[in-house]
Design a protein around this ligand. Structure first.
Ligand code: HEC
Ligand code: HEC
Length: 448
């Protein structure tokens, strides 16, 4: 058994005085005594620490102090938004647009937490009485501006599909996407378009909204569908325009521009990340600029990694219930395409060191464990998957007949392609992808 893998775990500590600059949380390696209890339980140990640290300090970058050097692309304030986008911002933060009256987009996609979840729960609770559990972990909304619409035909190989929002690409743009959480009974649960339109009409920004979007007074706006469609456009404008959602001001970007330098460990980590014979991460999370634009560390393609089943997702209590990803998408191109089951869209790795949960099912709660998974999924499968009759149930979050879909290219291998030092260096590199770097900022422990 590979319990040793849990014997160093990361504790989160906000290590930058808030007044001094941007939000960089430094991870410290701490020894962990005691047995992890086997199976996947080691992955959850960081939860309490993460939650406590989250509560203790909001990582919101403070207003830039005059003495600080300017970042390459300073995050714009909301003052820079167009009228449409700033209405979108109000909608994004408006809890009245929910069945419970208590949930806004920002509840799950919290700007203070890199537009991701504010806690380390695998899935969040929503619905009319805030008691329904979600089915997937909440992704960050940063760096989605280049995802693009879903592309591919009914004969495209699963790994060659591109784009689309959501882990299975089922929404083609941010406006279409907004309708999903609004009417999802596990999320904002607005019931019907009529219900949502009624709430929009009653919102404090209704008059402004009607003027900007409909060139009319609120009373003149005819049908419910128009209110809802225009509100979804407002959310799209906000997410595309708001530079705080895509600031490209991580240490990585400063280094690319020749304005900062990686430490030796960070540079070696990048080399591991790029090397097809070691990390091979860049095959799916490219680190090179595209069309002169900084990389987002995702091809926005799809892959099946076989992430272990997460027993903390209430829906998984039903042993027959599976989240099959791409093949469950309602798109006609994917009808009957069981070869695409288990594929999920490749996420951006920007701000990945700041996430409280990893992968579509939130199975891991530390970046170190996520990296261990790449290193040891096949080399030490018994650590990650349960056993039945002494047989390790590889890729147990897929029905047995579909487990062959799982990717077995590098870095997955029965013999780990990276060693302990390289794992630590990979971690150092991934820390350089956190937004809001300022020169002279702290380096993660062991990364100097
Ligand atoms: C209850 C929590 C919750 C709320 C509230 C919520 N979301 Fe989400 N959001 C999620 C989850 C979970 C996913 C991933 C769903 C999936 O992949 O199927 C997601 C995915 C997304 C995505 C796609 C991200 C990607 O990488 O493709 C966008 C965009 C998004 N949400 C925007 C919004 C907007 C806008 C609102 C408000 C109208 C909102 N969300 C409200 C939980 C939430
Ligand atoms: C074959 C393509 C592929 C390769 C190679 C790959 N990844 Fe991924 N990565 C993915 C996909 C797909 C996901 C999402 C899977 C899921 O949610 O089930 C992912 C998710 C992640 C996540 C979790 C992000 C989040 O927001 O939850 C991290 C961290 C990550 N990858 C880092 C790496 C590193 C480091 C390497 C190299 C050691 C690597 N990846 C190699 C495809 C790949």
């Amino acid at each position: 058994m590979g319990r040793d893998h849990t014997c160093s775990k990361l504790s989160r500590k906000p290590a930058w005085p808030r007044a001094a600059g941007a939000a960089v949380w430094v991870f410290a390696l701490v020894a962990c005594g005691g047995g992890a209890g086997g199976g996947n339980s080691g992955a959850s140990d960081a939860t309490a620490a993460a939650t406590a640290a989250s509560a203790a300090s909001s990582p919101t970058p403070p207003a830039s102090a005059a003495s600080q050097p300017q970042p390459p692309s300073p995050p714009a304030s909301s003052a820079a938004l167009s009228a449409k986008a700033s209405l979108g911002e109000q909608i994004f933060h408006d809890p009245s647009l929910s069945g419970s009256g208590r949930m806004s987009c920002a509840t799950c996609h919290d700007p203070a937490f890199f537009h991701g979840p504010p806690n380390a729960l695998a899935v969040q609770q929503g619905g009319r009485s805030s008691s329904e559990f979600g089915l997937r972990a909440v992704p960050s909304l940063r760096y989605l501006e280049r995802v693009g619409a879903f592309t591919g035909t009914s004969s495209t190989a699963p790994g060659d599909y591109r784009g689309g929002l959501m882990a299975d690409g089922r929404a083609d743009d941010l406006a279409a996407q907004a309708l999903l959480p609004w009417f999802n009974p596990r999320e904002m649960d607005n019931g019907s378009r009529a219900d949502l339109a009624r709430k929009l009409r009653a919102a404090p920004y209704a008059a402004e909204f009607a003027r900007v979007f409909l060139h009319a007074s609120a009373a003149q706006v005819p049908d419910d569908a128009t209110w809802v469609a225009q509100a979804s456009q407002a959310l799209q404008s906000f997410q595309l325009e708001d530079a705080r959602m895509h600031p490209y001001d991580a240490k990585f970007d400063w280094v690319q521009q020749g304005r900062a330098q990686f430490t030796a460990a960070e540079a070696r980590g990048l080399a591991v990340f790029n090397d097809p014979k070691r990390g091979n991460c860049a095959a799916c999370h490219p680190s090179l600029s595209v069309d002169g634009r900084p990389p987002v560390f995702s091809t926005f393609g799809y892959a099946a990694l076989g992430v272990p089943r997460n027993s903390k997702i209430p829906a998984n209590a039903d042993a027959q219930a599976y989240d099959l990803g791409l093949c469950q998408s309602p798109r006609s191109e994917l009808k009957g395409r069981t070869d695409s089951c288990g594929f999920f869209r490749i996420p951006s790795l920007r701000n990945t060191a700041q996430r409280p949960v990893y992968f579509h099912n939130g199975q891991f709660t530390s970046l170190e464990m996520a990296l261990r998974f790449y290193q040891l999924r096949d080399a030490d499968a018994a650590f990650f998957y349960p056993s039945q009759d002494r047989q390790v149930q590889l890729y147990d979050d897929l029905p047995p007949a579909l487990r062959g879909n799982v990717n077995r290219d590098a870095p997955f291998s029965a013999r780990p392609l990276t060693n302990e030092v390289e794992q630590a260096e990979l971690l150092c590199f991934l820390h350089t992808l956190t937004d809001g770097y300022r020169p002279g900022g702290p380096t993660a422990p062991g990364c100097s």
